[in-house]
Write a protein that binds this ligand. Structure first.
Ligand code: RIB
Length: 304
């Protein structure tokens, strides 16, 4: 079976369900509170594993008990956790999340041990990247490490997929080593300067990413409007599934995990996008990050 390496963050998500997030100076009481497993890297690894991929994770946790529990949780669903390093004296990454009645969320993160995923720590697991068919990256760990990992992958013929979330400016050294990029509208604007309201804007942003950095495939996620898929400058719109969202946390992560799983199985680009979209659509109907990710059986049922 084709192999996936995910290099990225592990967070403990503190989730509060509220009518609306508090304004400045306001204190509100939540309707519900939960601690759930999260972090963009771990969410994407879990999505891929639940949807059928063979996954290894490269990440860092702190010396706290919850970090160990989260690592065990990843191992329990079959993810290879040998690349997860425990950082002495650090806490595991944390995310504070308000989920509003509309399903929208507001998230603040403290990186903790994620900030210690240095090039040196990553290099100890470079064989995992070299042995993989695909490397999946996000932006909650140091960018210099992502650059080094993408270069290792490129040299080994491992395909590099970058989900550039959360939005930040990125060096050419990273973008020029990426094969497929999956920004949402905000992230695409951050990288290209093109504000996306129409599909023609998505096409323009995608073309900038093709021509400026040589990225072969650009996939801009447009929320409920679906996805703009542009391969070597040939763009097309792929409509999404319409669902009643209760929590959109990790919908993007679920999409990325599903999309790369489809690619690794040899599905076409279009079918891989649909597979990711179906999984993400189911995830927004449930609370939490990893707790909301559907199984392969559920995802195939929605697609059918
Ligand atoms: O993408 C959702 C994730 O973002 C949450 O799980 C939280 O940990 C933050 O990293």
């Amino acid at each position: 079976m084709a192999k996936l390496s995910v290099l990225g963050s592990i967070n403990v998500d503190h989730l509060m369900q509220v009518g609306a997030a508090p304004r400045g100076g306001q204190t509100i009481q939540a309707k519900q509170y939960q601690i759930v497993a999260g972090g963009k890297g771990a969410n994407q690894a879990v999505a891929a594993a639940k949807l059928g991929a063979d996954v290894a994770m490269i990440a860092c946790i702190g010396t706290d008990a919850i970090g160990e529990q989260m690592k065990q949780g990843l191992a329990d669903i079959g993810i290879d956790t040998k690349g997860i390093t425990t950082i002495t004296g650090e806490n595991t990454g944390v995310a504070m999340i308000y989920v509003e009645d509309s399903g929208e969320n507001r998230i603040g993160i403290w990186p903790g041990a994620n900030a210690s995923l240095t090039e040196t720590v990553m290099s100890e697991h470079k064989a995992s990247i070299q042995d993989s068919d695909l490397l999946l990256l996000q932006l909650e760990t140091p960018v210099e490490t992502l650059v080094a990992a993408a270069k290792i992958a490129k040299a080994a013929g491992t395909r590099v997929v970058l989900n550039p979330a959360p939005a930040k400016a990125l060096p050419e050294a990273l973008l020029s080593n990426v094969d497929i990029i999956t920004p949402n509208e905000t992230e695409a604007e951050q990288l290209t300067g093109v504000a996306i309201s129409e599909l023609s804007d998505a096409d323009m942003a995608a073309n900038k990413l093709h021509t400026k950095f040589g990225i072969e495939t650009v996939l801009i996620t447009l929320g409920e409007r679906g996805v703009w898929l542009s391969h070597k400058g040939e763009g097309k719109h792929i409509a999404g599934f319409v669902m009643q969202a209760i929590d959109t946390t990790a919908a993007g992560d679920t999409f990325n995990g599903g999309f790369v799983t489809g690619l690794l199985e040899g599905q076409s680009m279009l079918d891989s996008v649909r597979f990711g979209q179906a999984a993400a659509a189911l995830s927004v109907t449930r609370m939490g990050a990893q707790s909301s990710i559907p199984t392969r059986v559920e995802t195939l049922a929605l697609l059918a």
